[in-house]
Design a protein around this ligand. Structure first.
Ligand code: GCB
Length: 578
């Protein structure tokens, strides 16, 4: 069946007619990927007495889906390679219906086989994809095999080096989705840019009946809006709506029913406006300061990939307790539970794709991957009013060939896909000239927010008194977010002089935060903060054998959820901002 690629997943899987394929899957552990030439997905059956096969799903280990494979068996801890997964499922052929396989995410490369045939593949560990199986599925028993490979690739996104744990496998939910022949693939229902009472969007149907009447029903607002698709299946949506605006204080969501003649999808949507005015960020027309925190998709206390709504609740409750009104979901799109729950809890979301540090921008195919990941993320989250920022990259370098053009093009594509949210890119290219921080990267001319990672007091020593630090900006007319700052400390560690970085002491980290809060007062255009990071997280690049032990210890919380001294500094600072 050749080199088939998966499709970008339809929006809002939770509202579809689904059958979950979560649970125990059979597995073949294949670190050297021999299964590819042995073609394990064919699952041959011995015909003669002399036949034998050196592989089988039967009698092998079982893995939980969703879940990373690394934390499910000790021998998989450091695996960056192939695991084959198998799930048998029953299906009934329904005339006039279509069937899709939907994966929330598989890290990093997924190759999917059904009943012995390859049906699709997908690259990228943090975004959903779907494969239509209407024509491949059999009445009765079906065998689904997925090759999940989390090998790091030079031309991957992210590339080979990154400071988080490379959790592999089928890390998010798997569902079968049944639709009618023509179904609602995607929609966008949100306030028009700069408006607080006008909805502007669209609905897209896919299938053989592209000419359809479409309705948007919002019972609580007494809205029953009618529109029609054009011959391309796209219906424009525009109507007045007097709604309670969504905000962290009042995270109002409305039930919104999107209905075509052949499909209905129900969502909970909030309405708010987000924009900048000079150096200010305005939510619903009023200046807002982003009290943020960085979070990795790692389950608190479990040292494993976060996979469930309960995991999301724990992380977001911690962020709330710190006083946050925003979470930066670093450095890749987190699972949908996280985004939806944040919105319900009144926490704004910064969504980001894993264009991280040393990306091979000029290697053929790389910019296409970036753009696909961006489209997959936006398609999944565009109806989440909680998402206020799309971030297209973290810590890229002007010296990397092709970087400027790639990011400029991506920022334009992002704006074209969604002109309502704020777009940013994060850099750490600033210069330090005595006590002046010089933010010079011209890439900021193409985005709405200047986001700077500075680790003054940790990677970069203070050059004078924190409050005397001066900042020079490449563009004075844009808001600034300090998107990362902090330092490492092992919770409870009492060894060594606390005024030395090498002590890994809470006191040293606490002092960094105290100095930082002094400096914040003097950062021009400061509109938000995201300390690095909510909690200690696993990272194989952290080799210090006594204090780090494979963990990045910059958490305000330990990996056990204990509050370090710096937590209280940051919390107090957020409390002081009204
Ligand atoms: C950074 C990166 C982040 C790292 C962090 C660190 O600048 O954006 O991914 O984990 O620094 O701890 O060094």
């Amino acid at each position: 069946m050749g080199n088939l690629f998966a499709q970008t997943a339809m929006a809002n899987v939770a509202a579809r007619h689904t059958t979950s394929l979560n649970g125990k899957w059979q597995a073949i552990i294949d670190p050297t990927d021999v299964g590819t030439w042995r073609q394990v997905w064919k699952e041959p059956i011995a015909q003669k007495k002399t036949d034998f096969f050196e592989y089988s799903f039967e009698g092998g280990p079982m893995l939980n889906v969703p879940g990373d494979f690394n934390t499910q068996m000790p021998e998989l801890t450091y695996l960056e390679g192939t695991v084959w997964y198998k799930k048998a499922f029953q299906s009934t052929k329904n005339t006039g219906k279509r069937l899709f396989l939907h994966f929330g995410a598989v890290n990093y490369m997924a190759t999917v086989y059904l009943n012995g045939n390859k049906i699709g593949s997908h690259e990228g560990g943090f975004t959903p994809f779907q494969i239509e199986i209407t024509d491949f599925v059999k009445q009765g028993d079906n065998a689904l095999v997925v090759k999940a490979n989390n090998q790091r690739l030079k031309d991957g996104i992210p590339g080979q080096g990154y400071d988080w744990f490379n959790y592999g496998g089928i890390t998010r939910d798997v569902n079968l989705i049944q639709t009618n022949d023509t179904y609602i693939d995607d929609y966008c229902i949100q306030l028009k840019k700069h408006s607080k009472n006008e909805v502007a969007g669209w609905v897209k149907v896919i299938g053989s009946n592209l000419n359809q009447n479409v309705r948007i029903i919002i019972p609580e607002m007494n809205i029953n809006y009618k529109t029609k698709t054009k011959s391309n299946g796209l219906a424009e949506v525009t109507f007045k709506a007097s709604c309670k605006l969504w905000s962290p204080e009042n995270p109002t969501l409305y039930k919104v029913i999107i209905q075509s003649e052949t499909d209905t999808v129900s969502d909970e949507i909030g309405f708010r406006s987000i924009e900048t005015n000079g150096s200010k960020i305005l939510l619903n027309g009023k200046p807002i300061f982003f009290k943020g925190v960085n979070i990795h998709e790692e389950a608190a206390l479990k040292a494993a990939k976060a996979t469930s709504e309960a995991d999301a609740l724990t992380l977001l409750t911690q962020a709330k307790e710190l006083g946050c009104n925003l979470v930066r979901l670093a450095h890749y799109p987190h699972n949908e539970y996280m985004v939806k729950l944040a919105e319900k809890m009144g926490i704004m979301v910064w969504d980001e794709i894993p264009v991280y540090q040393n990306i091979e921008f000029s290697t053929p195919g790389v910019t296409q991957k970036m753009s696909l990941m961006l489209r997959e993320m936006i398609k999944r989250d565009r109806n989440r009013c909680g998402v206020v920022i799309w971030s297209i990259a973290n810590e890229t370098y002007t010296t990397t060939p092709g970087r400027d053009k790639a990011l400029i093009d991506l920022s334009k594509e992002c704006r074209q896909l969604d002109s309502t949210r704020l777009i940013t890119t994060v850099t750490c290219n600033q210069g330090y000239d005595k006590n002046t921080v010089n933010v010079w990267d011209p890439i900021f001319n193409y985005v709405d927010i200047i986001s700077v990672n500075e680790y003054i007091g940790w990677y970069v020593p203070w050059q004078g008194k924190p409050e005397d630090t001066k900042w020079k900006l490449v563009n004075n007319d844009k808001p600034v977010i300090l998107s990362e700052f902090g330092g490492e400390a092992l919770y409870g560690n009492k060894v060594g002089p606390t005024d030395e970085a090498n002590s890994w002491s809470e006191e040293y980290q606490e002092q960094i935060y105290k100095d930082q809060t002094e400096m914040f007062q003097h950062v021009p255009n400061l509109a938000g903060l995201c300390p690095w990071i909510l909690a200690d997280f696993r990272s194989l690049s952290r080799l210090q054998p006594v204090y780090q032990k494979g963990w990045n210890r910059k958490g305000l919380l330990s990996d056990k959820g204990e509050k370090k001294k710096a937590w209280y500094v940051m919390k107090k600072y957020y409390e002081s901002i009204k």
